[in-house]
Design a binder for this molecule. Sequence first.
Ligand SMILES: NC(=O)c1ccc[n+]([C@@H]2O[C@H](COP(=O)([O-])OP(=O)(O)OC[C@H]3O[C@@H](n4cnc5c(N)ncnc54)[C@H](O)[C@@H]3O)[C@@H](O)[C@H]2O)c1
Length: 289
Amino acid sequence: VGTLHSKRRQLLPKVKGGTEETTTGVLRLRAMEKDRALKYPIIAVNDAYTKYLFDNRYGTGQSTLDGILRATNILLAGKNFVVCGYGWCGKGIAMRAQGMGASVIVTEVNPLRALEATMNGFRVMPIAEAATIGDIFVTATGDTSIIRKEHMQRMKDGAILANSGHFNVEVNQKDLAEISSRKRNVRPNLDEYTIKNGRALYLLAEGRLVNLAAAEGHPSEVMDMSFANQALCVEYIARNDRMEPKVYEVPKEIDENIAKLKLGSMHIKIDKLTKEQKKYLSTWELGTT
Ligand SMILES: NC(=O)c1ccc[n+]([C@@H]2O[C@H](COP(=O)([O-])OP(=O)(O)OC[C@H]3O[C@@H](n4cnc5c(N)ncnc54)[C@H](O)[C@@H]3O)[C@@H](O)[C@H]2O)c1
């Protein structure tokens, strides 16, 4: 999308529409729409229920732990596991780390999400505080420089840093290099940085998405829903001539249909509303007195 809107603008008139898979991608497209820079319609696949509730949460949750374990072979039980960002990815990572016996700490900037993490039983605190007690840190914010020099300098000897959010910018690597006297590759996807205070910090997968670099990404059983959204949204755009250069939600029917198809593929049946229930749910005259 970026290339089409910058270096290859001559191709733009031929583009009928597009779809966007990721949280960060959708964020950038909404910014383009706001600036009137977007030149064709895009459906925000990431924002479908059958995408983020499953791919971001269960996919990232599982594959992030898979990446950390493959890179380190560390025991998670009993460790202080810090998750930065309690969005859909962060929720999955926190849930799975807790399930493996880690004591999970969440850092957030959004009060609602912080409250949700608290009520889900996690400790919530600023990163400056978590930095001193964490054994393993995972960022999943889509933001930049979440873990910086001032945090790294206060970390325990042997702390592990990983990112499962955006590019390689969530753990500030310029800072890490600046405060280190030595860097050594210990095993694939595991670099040891000796900090000038004598402690060692371990960076996984060069700060890139640890689930993709050190493991195999999400299992196909969850990506199937994301890609069904992609395919059905492309079809929707192809059949629709009246879309404007905006970011659109995934049509509700597509989202619900994918959930139905997925349940079918898992041989799970659900109930149907009876006539009486349909009436009861759609009236204002029953159940009010
Ligand atoms: N690793 C993968 O395979 C994978 C899969 C899906 C999404 N992603 C990426 O992961 C990132 C997060 O996605 P999401 O769907 O969870 O997004 P989200 O918007 O649901 O959650 C991000 C959370 O991070 C919080 N946050 C922002 N800045 C912060 C800061 N400085 N400190 C602490 N918290 C902060 C936000 O308040 C928000 O709650 C995105 O970049 C997305 O593209 C990665």
